[in-house]
Design a protein around this ligand. Structure first.
Ligand code: C2O
Length: 533
């Protein structure tokens, strides 16, 4: 197999957006960071050298990390951070995945500027399962604050209040055009008559987004590095951590067509409500130069979101069969809540917290994977509750006491067992859509619905034939989503809301997947340069 070497130097860089300049943390001085290209089955070695004053880790979001949890990246889950002046080599193999993913920092809010694309091409000689586009383009969506994002985070943690919302959304690092400081915004130059594969990534910190291009439909062919049944749409819905590959055929009149990204927030929580416009610009002379604009979905356009999500199916071909677990060894129902706990030092005497099954996850001070591997006691417990302690009408009135309990509690499963997790949105404080991400696995999204999950009836409606395979899935406002996976990757695997503000508030937990008895069924030993805490 082929080995690819990358060097990621983490360095500060001054960047100007919205007419103001600030130093940001970057990889190799680039924002967004460099693209990691590889083929399926390649071994990838990324040497990360930390030249900044913050602790850093990098996560390869969606890379399965089969038996190589040491290279997964979430701080204090699978590794201690890379401290200033230190380095670490992430060593992993891309197994049975092809498409687009992203990498990002996985500590505090550094991922706001430390992120980039991962492109996994099929094995040499293996074609795409769709007509080969003439060209490929990477489109990374993000969020920009004029203030320093670590300061935004720290202020929120100290006050117990929500963090300030971002000032703009970005397309490949650029805000919309700001002519008074001669910043033109993002332009995608295209040749009429050609087709392009757009590799679209949502690297935003807290915002789920709609993506549109005026006058053009997009054919969806892959999400989260798994092929889908192709379908045509004029609007893409994409949550933080999700990726979508879409083909566009550029066959309209030579002109300028707006690329629009706008937020989705199906509730009354303040959100960065700005639309960012980039341009799809046909090469050639324009007869006149109006820019065609698409109709921007309303911020609360749930039907638009649902119609995109409900159209997603895995390709499920002979070559790429869906392997949905048909039986379930571990069945969990995890409620998602955002609430308040008492906090004497906070501004209102309380702080916002979030929880699965009422457990607000406490980050340990040493990493869980080492604690598991070396059998160190006292770092975590493995008693995470599979069901809510006090069932209630999750989408009706919340219980009177909504205080959560804190703990570093994990859920343990045997190697190769099958797991079903129903993620249930609740009405506690903020019943919003939560893009929930599982590390170490692609799972099948077998069902979703509004209201309270009803095991009697809702199970009957599950799609066990061709459900979409993802690593990050939305849990609808006042509704639920069910996922299934086979626990064939030993290690400690993080599950969390990919809205960074909710991760900060404790909406996270982890699975321990034990080693199997057979050869190739155990976690590999830690690399010698694994950082220590
Ligand atoms: Cu993309 Cu745990 O994160």
């Amino acid at each position: 197999c082929f080995t690819r070497h990358y060097k990621f130097s983490v360095v500060m860089k001054n960047v100007t957006r919205l007419c103001s300049t600030k130093p940001i943390v970057t990889v190799n001085g680039k924002f967004p960071g460099p693209t990691l290209y590889a083929r399926e089955d390649d071994n990838v070695l990324v040497r990360v050298v930390n030249h900044v004053s913050y602790n850093v880790t990098i996560h390869w979001h969606g890379v399965r990390q089969l038996r190589t949890g040491w290279a997964d990246g979430p701080a204090y889950i699978t590794q201690c951070p890379i401290q200033p002046g230190q380095s670490y080599v992430y060593n992993f193999t891309l197994t049975d995945q092809r498409g687009t993913l992203l990498w990002h920092a996985h500590i505090t809010w550094l991922r706001s500027t430390v992120h980039g694309a991962i492109v996994i091409l099929p094995k040499r000689g293996v074609p795409y399962p769709f007509p080969k586009p003439d060209d490929e383009k990477i489109i990374i969506l993000g969020e920009w604050w004029k203030a320093d994002t670590e300061a935004v985070l720290n202020q929120s943690v100290q006050s117990g209040l929500p963090p300030n919302i971002s000032d703009a959304h970005t397309i490949n690092g650029k805000t919309g055009p700001t002519p008074n400081c001669s910043s033109p915004g993002y332009t995608l130059h295209v040749e009429r008559g050609r087709s392009y594969l757009l590799r679209i990534i949502n690297a935003a910190v807290n915002d789920e987004l709609f993506f549109k291009i005026a006058g053009h439909n997009l054919t969806i062919v892959e999400t989260d590095a798994s092929y889908t049944k192709p379908f045509s749409t004029d609007t893409i819905f994409i949550g933080p951590g999700q990726t979508t590959n879409a083909i566009i055929t550029v066959d309209k009149a030579i002109g300028k067509y707006a690329i629009a990204i706008s937020p989705f927030m199906d509730t009354v929580i303040p959100v960065d409500n700005s639309t960012t416009i980039g341009l799809l610009r046909y090469n050639g002379t324009l007869s006149s130069s109006p820019t065609f604009l698409p109709i921007i979905p309303a911020v609360n356009a749930t039907p638009t979101e649902f119609s995109f999500i409900d159209s997603l199916r895995s390709l499920n071909s002979d070559q790429y069969p869906a392997k949905v677990p048909l039986t379930v060894d571990h069945s969990l129902l995890l409620t998602i809540s955002v609430g308040v706990n008492l906090c004497p030092t906070c501004v209102n005497g309380s702080r916002l917290v979030a929880a699965f099954n009422n457990v607000t996850f406490d980050m340990p001070t040493t990493d869980l994977l080492e604690a598991h591997y070396y059998n160190v006691k006292g770092v975590y417990t493995d008693d995470f509750p599979a069901f809510p302690a006090m069932p209630f009408n999750y989408t009706g009135s919340p219980p009177t006491n909504i205080q959560t309990t804190n703990g570093t509690r994990l859920y343990r499963v045997k190697y190769n067992s099958t797991v079903q997790v129903v993620l249930q949105g609740t009405s506690i404080i903020a019943p919003e859509n939560h893009p929930t991400h599982l590390h170490g696995y692609d799972f099948y999204a077998v069902g979703k619905g509004l209201g309270n999950f009803d095991p009697e009836n809702d199970l009957k409606g599950f799609n066990l034939v061709d459900p979409v395979e993802r690593n990050t899935i939305g849990v609808p406002t006042a509704g639920w989503t069910a996922i299934r996976f086979r626990a064939d990757n030993p290690g400690v695997w993080f599950l969390h809301c990919h809205l960074e503000v909710h991760t900060t508030w404790g909406l996270k937990m982890a699975f321990i997947v034990e080693d199997g008895d057979g050869p190739d069924q155990s976690l590999l030993p830690p690399p010698p340069d694994l950082p220590s805490c």
